[in-house]
Design a protein around this ligand. Structure first.
Ligand SMILES: Cc1cc2nc3c(=O)[nH]c(=O)nc-3n(C[C@H](O)[C@H](O)[C@H](O)COP(=O)(O)O)c2cc1C
Length: 307
């Protein structure tokens, strides 16, 4: 078990790699490397680097997206690298649980409904992450996390991890009081010293106001919340953008623009012309902090709110 019930959410493209994941694991939480938008070899080397950097008994998992064409290849490579567990988002398949079982590695599914949580449990998921509308990244629901959480706690017997809009220790206490075994947090960890994103990306978070947040529909076919910029203005209509070179990365793509390129652009530091995903409470983040400080603050707030 980790020292603190906090899992850092996998964040593609290039946002949660070995640096962030190992920092969270070393601070007593669970670090997740996102396998999305990097090559299989890059993913393998980030897993190895993170394992080297993690002291004591820190946990490192890998997030892979079912919606991507390289899902099976990435998942199998992560299993070969003997990560502590796999988290799959944007869909589930029967196969992935049996691959995990064969390798002796738990597979966790990200779900947004009791129905999908039940199916995941039946197929062999070790736990489920319940992601609500407040989350960063692609969204599977328009319902708030605290509304869905009790339904899922009721529906399954495996551990339930709450994700979306968790920003303070009081939020963690609330989720645990409602039956969650822990929380998954993304947005707060982006604005950390160790996050693998460039400084401009983190600064965009610190500068964001509530009214800067927009929902965009990407070519994955799902909505995501982004910080308004030239790029979100460009895709706000129905016009098709020129795709420089298709990476053929998605199982189903609308081809209206290239989601992968737009995420690579922002992670290269051009946060005006690329897609900057963020959670609904990003406007409450006022400074970029070391991961250890973020976890210490959360622990203090948690203790204050439970005493
Ligand atoms: C910039 C960003 C990128 C994300 N990318 C992914 C991803 O590639 N795969 C995934 O399953 N979740 C992704 N997420 C979701 C997080 O893993 C996490 O569940 C979510 O951010 C939790 O909500 P919070 O940001 O309000 O803490 C992303 C979130 C952010 C902020």
């Amino acid at each position: 078990m980790p020292k603190v019930p906090i899992m850092q959410g996998g964040m593609g493209v290039g946002i949660s790699l070995s640096k962030l994941a190992s920092a969270v694991a070393n601070a007593g939480g669970i670090g997740i490397i996102s396998g999305t938008g990097i090559s299989v070899d890059e993913m393998r080397s980030h897993i190895r680097r993170a394992k080297d950097l993690v002291k004591d008994a820190g946990y490192i998992g890998v997030n892979v997206l079912f919606a991507m064409n390289d899902f099976a290849e990435k998942m199998k490579a992560a299993l070969e690298e003997k990560v502590d567990f796999i988290i799959s988002g944007a869909g589930i398949s029967r196969d992935m649980y049996s691959w995990g079982k064969q390798a002796g590695i738990p597979v966790i599914s990200i779900v947004s409904s009791a129905k999908l949580a039940r199916i995941s449990e039946r197929l062999g998921a070790a736990a489920v992450v319940v992601e609500g509308f407040e989350a960063g990244g692609h969204l599977g629901t328009d319902r708030p996390m605290f509304e869905i959480l009790p339904e899922i706690v009721e529906a399954v017997t495996i551990p339930v991890i709450a994700a979306g809009g968790i920003l303070t220790g009081a939020d963690i206490a609330k989720a645990i009081a409602m039956g969650a075994s822990g929380v998954q947090m993304g947005t707060r960890f982006v604005a950390s010293h160790e996050c693998d994103a460039p400084h401009a990306f983190k600064q965009k978070y610190v500068n964001a106001e509530k009214e800067d947040l927009v929902l965009v529909k990407t070519t994955v076919g799902l909505q995501g919340r982004a910080i308004r910029n030239n790029f979100t203005n460009l895709i706000s209509g129905t016009n098709k953008l020129k795709i420089a070179k298709c990476h053929d990365c998605l199982k189903n793509c609308s081809y209206r623009f290239c989601t992968l390129d737009s995420l690579l652009t922002s992670v290269d530091g051009d946060v005006d012309n690329g897609l900057v995903f963020a959670g609904a409470r990003v406007d409450e983040i006022k400074e970029i902090l070391p991961v250890q400080k973020i976890i210490d603050n959360l622990t203090l707030e948690y203790l204050e709110s439970t005493n």
